[in-house]
Write a protein that binds this ligand. Sequence first.
Ligand code: SF4
Length: 213
Amino acid sequence: MERVRGPNCAKCVTKPCYRNPDAPRPSFCPANLYPHIFEKVREIYRSNEFVARIARIASIVEKEGYGVWPRLREIVEFAKRLGLKRLGLAFCIGLSEEARKVVEYLESQGFEVYSVCCKCGSIDKTELGLSEEQKLVPGTFEAICNPVAQALILNEVGTELNIVLGLCVGHDTLFTMFSRAPVTYLAVKDRVTGHNPLAAIYAMHYFRKRLFE
Ligand code: SF4
């Protein structure tokens, strides 16, 4: 049998760590491979109250709204319980209408909300070294998605939690790299599945060609 390289929880069938911590774990289990890390982790939860509160409140929100609250409500409950006031929304221009409604909802829940669109700053794609052919419409001005600007502007405003709404793959990577405030996702961009990337997993049969060819 092929040896599984670890850590690789995705290949663990029984997942005893959840409810049966004394049961045998597979060789690729991170708890077997990196036992020293868990003392460090406990120390972080003990010494960093902000981290510990986020962890506690995330669990409480999970329990209270389990299967009832949509993610948008979960974000509100999470932020309220953390005592946060200023929220940032980093959104994709393609979801402008959704962004407007999300901001309205968050404001109705008592938050100060600041939003920044991905095209903010109007930097043409060629400035980043892309060619005209690499634009969606060659020969026209086409602003880059600018997640670094989205993050730095929200940093400047001093938002306490930033919400990602539909940033593209890679642009979301940069946003999380530069955001000073902690980040949560309301939605990820997937133009093909109505922003539901797991559709490609649940309906693998229909997506097989698009995934593998
Ligand atoms: S932590 Fe260990 S026991 Fe838990 S899912 Fe990962 S491999 Fe399995």
